[in-house]
Design a protein around this ligand. Structure first.
Ligand code: GLY
Length: 397
């Protein structure tokens, strides 16, 4: 259970960090040029995802996964930033893949449903009013609701067995980014069960997955028979007791989204605790290692996507905090430190690579994807640039 923690390294984050407009614009121009190049290389109606075994190239696919959702989102972000119809047409030509996926709910049975449908279909509906995209989003929200545990109040972790089996009866930090699908479905339909599920999920996450020091477990196991909480554990982190950096970053972004929908003041306190833990464990060069067990001097790989997600989350919460809130200046500066580090050290510059962002670690314990590119890194890096350059643009979450 979280409690409010204080920031240890106030001196580091009190110093104002200003990124010049020129720097941001040239980073965004490079990123957008890379999106255009990838569309030309792979075909506009294809989505991209990690090419297993490769560090720096993508593979094209028409199968919907949580990482393809991010690619469609990249196309929408590029459209929002530039107004160039080529990006809109690319995103729209990918939507039929999601419509098809929505017709096969058995394949959507996992905790990443929001990741799939928010940056693709919800983005399409919010930007263009597309009714087919709205309908696919509502179907996806219903599928996610069908996989919400009404007893213990959490989105059930898919892919590890059925909910009545032991390994299937658990939840994970990643799903904090899926609750906006519930909040949106509530707004669209007025059905209270969507809203209640989102609130139930973020409260359960705060109670079981967030520890007293503001760090987090990746997964939390419940007993499928007695329904009692069992213990926290990891899947993609270094140890059950450690804190997986990308997993933790989902909390830094998920709680501002919970606040946006509910205005629940407790979400501000929870967010402060998880953010201060992240910031106090941020290496001096501004890019986290894949797990917070590691810091300056380690030879372990980084996960630049954790910095990109965290930057977006901190900037999102700054929208709701009054200037008098102590954490606001720290959040702004931490976001600028990380965005500058991403631009200088992690943005992909080599012509022969496909991505916008490099140095992502997918799942180190399984040996999957170390120092690779992945579409969620690209998405949240571009989102961070859009936020910094055009804060008036509404995000899709
Ligand atoms: N499923 C989200 C992640 O791997 O971070």
């Amino acid at each position: 259970m979280y409690r409010i923690v204080d920031l240890n390294n106030k001196e580091r984050f009190a110093k104002p960090v200003i990124l010049s407009k020129e720097k941001l614009e040239s980073a965004a121009a490079l990123a957008v040029a890379r999106v255009e190049k990838a569309i030309d290389k792979f075909g506009a109606d294809n989505m991209l995802t990690y090419a297993g075994g490769s560090f720096d190239t993508y593979t094209a696919t028409k199968d919907v996964t949580w990482t393809t959702g991010m690619w469609t989102g990249v196309c929408w972000l590029a459209y929002e930033l530039t107004g160039n119809d080529k990006f809109r047409q690319a995103a729209e030509s990918q939507l039929p893949h999601y419509y098809r996926a929505a017709q096969h709910p058995e394949e959507l049975n996992d905790h990443d449903t929001g990741f799939k449908f928010i940056p693709s279909c919800l983005a399409a509906y919010k930007i263009t009013g597309n009714q087919d995209a709205r309908m696919a989003g509502l179907i996806a929200a219903q599928v996610q609701l069908d996989h919400f545990c009404q007893v213990n109040k959490f989105i059930i972790r898919g892919g590890m067995g059925r909910p009545e089996e032991y390994n299937g009866y658990r939840t994970l930090v990643d799903s904090m980014m899926n609750i906006p699908l519930f909040f949106w479905a509530y707004e669209e339909t007025g059905r209270q069960e969507f809203y209640d599920a989102a609130v139930g999920h973020y409260k359960t996450t705060a109670k079981y997955l967030i520890r007293e020091d503001g760090s987090s477990f990746h997964h939390y196991q419940f007993d499928p028979v007695t329904k009692e909480p069992v213990r926290g554990l990891t899947f993609q982190g270094n140890r059950d007791e450690s804190c997986w950096s990308r997993g933790h970053s989902w909390l830094l972004y998920g709680y501002p989204l919970a606040y946006k929908a509910t205005k629940d003041p407790e979400t501000i306190d929870i967010h402060k605790s998880v953010s201060y833990f992240f910031m106090d464990h941020l290496p001096s060069d501004g890019i986290p290692y894949w797990d917070f067990d590691f810091n300056d001097g380690s030879f372990e790989p980084r996960d630049s996507s954790a910095a990109a997600v965290a930057t977006c989350g901190l900037l999102e919460m700054c929208k709701y905090l009054p200037e008098t809130a102590e954490q606001k200046q720290y959040f702004r500066n931490a976001a600028a430190i990380m965005l500058e580090a991403l631009i200088d050290k992690s943005a992909t510059k080599r012509e022969d690579k496909d991505s916008l962002l490099s140095y992502i670690t997918i799942a180190r314990p399984m040996g999957i994807g170390v120092d690779v590119c992945e579409t969620y890194g690209d998405y949240f890096y571009l989102e961070a640039l859009v936020r910094a350059l055009k804060p008036e643009i509404k995000m899709f979450w």
